[in-house]
Design a protein around this ligand. Structure first.
Ligand code: AOS
Ligand code: ZN
Ligand code: ZN
Ligand code: ZN
Length: 393
């Protein structure tokens, strides 16, 4: 590994400590494909047990101090108590994710539905989620609008945009000043002719109209093949409109596999733009969230793997020699500039990250530590009757 001088090393360590990676509650529950949910042993039976699992990931990695929740999958009677439960375990509640896709009423859409009474119901759900955010101390309302149409002419494209704006406006106006609305886009699925928020441009346009507290959420799995995601990231950063990420891997569509598995180089290129814009630390307000739904591999180790993959890509991005890069770019040295990036990408940062963890009193190898901890055996023994509370429900 490239030797880092002590001052650089301190800088890189500080930057890595400042990065927070949020895990999603739904990834701890059973999930599957549209064909089959393969149930696993030890799956959480309640939102509280999902928090236990998220807290375990944080204890082992040191960089995952919050968990996103999904309403109604994580519905409880007392949200303040849920938040206290998280705090007692060393983490906090992160983004609140409304569910606008699992009601019979939503066949033709939710916020964009042609019938005002359905739009009312969907908008009320956003308002409820804002309230839950206030009760749990969350500062992010993470909105994915699954609306769209399947056939040309099925509904008015612009009419649907108008309805969407009105609904988002109402939610936005209800948010406290501390909260942000992050609007996620997805180019297809569940609808196949048109999605109402198919791309970053549409999300950006809505966010611009709404105001400063609305920003774009980039889910890495929601793009057409070949899309240059880092370009989108760089553009949104320039405009102050990058709200955060849903990290995962895609090979074909919205595969929701562990991040950094399909294309670690893409993940590096994305984080390279983040580091170049100095947007790693919490003050930059870019939420690094995982949105995965892995269903073959065990839940918790796979979540740890994803956290480590983001951290590794970040470390590599921090190792890019920015001076050498600037010089090569200014001189028109195409190969030289590219080589600067590749040198960083090809660096084995695992020893550096092991040192970082040891410095923080953590086990240098979080996955091995998980297997040694006995946690998996304990949950498999204790959690009998774990259910699919989410995708497979
Ligand atoms: C759906 O495709 C989106 O990625 C959502 O962000 C997410 O998977 C869903 O809201 C889970 O809660
Ligand atoms: Zn997502
Ligand atoms: Zn998705
Ligand atoms: Zn996805």
């Amino acid at each position: 590994m490239t030797q880092l001088d002590p001052a650089r090393r301190t800088q890189v360590f500080q930057a890595l400590r400042a990065q927070h990676i949020e895990t999603p509650s739904w990834a701890y529950g059973n999930s599957g494909t549209r064909f089959k949910v393969f149930a696993q042993a030890g799956i959480p039976r309640t939102p509280y047990e999902k928090i236990d699992d998220a807290a375990t990931v944080h204890q082992l990695t040191g960089v995952a101090p919050s968990v996103a929740i999904h309403i109604p999958w994580d519905q409880v009677d007392d949200y303040a108590a849920l938040a206290r439960y998280a705090t007692d375990r060393g983490i906090r509640i992160g983004a609140i994710n409304p569910n606008l896709f699992q009601e019979d009423d939503y066949r033709l859409g939710s916020l964009c539905h042609p019938d005002p009474s359905v739009r009312r119901k969907a908008t009320d759900h956003l308002l409820e989620c804002i309230e839950i955010g206030q009760l749990t101390g969350s500062d992010v309302l993470s909105v994915w609008v699954p609306d769209g149409t399947n056939y040309a002419g099925q509904d008015s494209i612009t009419g649907r945009q108008d309805r969407l704006h009105d609904a988002l406006r109402e939610a936005y106006d209800r948010m406290p000043a501390s909260m942000r609305l992050l609007l996620e886009y997805k180019f297809f699925e569940p609808h196949f002719y048109s999605m109402d928020v198919p791309d970053w441009g549409t999300s950006f346009a809505h966010c611009l109209r709404l105001g400063e507290q609305a920003q774009v959420l980039v889910d890495t799995g929601h793009h057409a093949p070949g899309t240059n995601i880092e370009f989108i990231v760089a553009t949104l950063l320039r405009e102050g409109k990058l709200g955060g990420f849903h990290f995962n891997s895609r090979n074909y569509a919205d595969d929701d596999l562990m991040v950094g598995a399909a294309d670690p180089f893409q993940l590096f290129r994305i984080l390279n733009e983040i580091v170049a814009a100095d947007a790693l630390a919490a003050e930059a307000n870019v939420a690094f969230m995982l949105d995965q739904c892995h269903n073959l591999e065990p839940k918790i180790p796979a979540m740890i793997r994803s956290v480590l993959n983001v951290q590794e890509a970040t470390a590599k991005a921090l190792l890019v020699d920015r001076d050498a890069l600037r010089t090569a770019q200014r001189d028109g040295d195409v190969l030289g500039a590219h080589a600067v990036l590749m040198d960083a990408f090809n660096t084995d940062v695992r020893p550096l990250l092991a040192e970082l963890r040891a410095d923080a009193g953590l086990d240098p190898d979080p996955i091995a530590a998980y297997h040694r901890s006995g946690y998996q055996q304990r949950i498999e023994a204790e959690r009998v009757g774990g259910s699919a509370m989410g995708w497979g429900a």
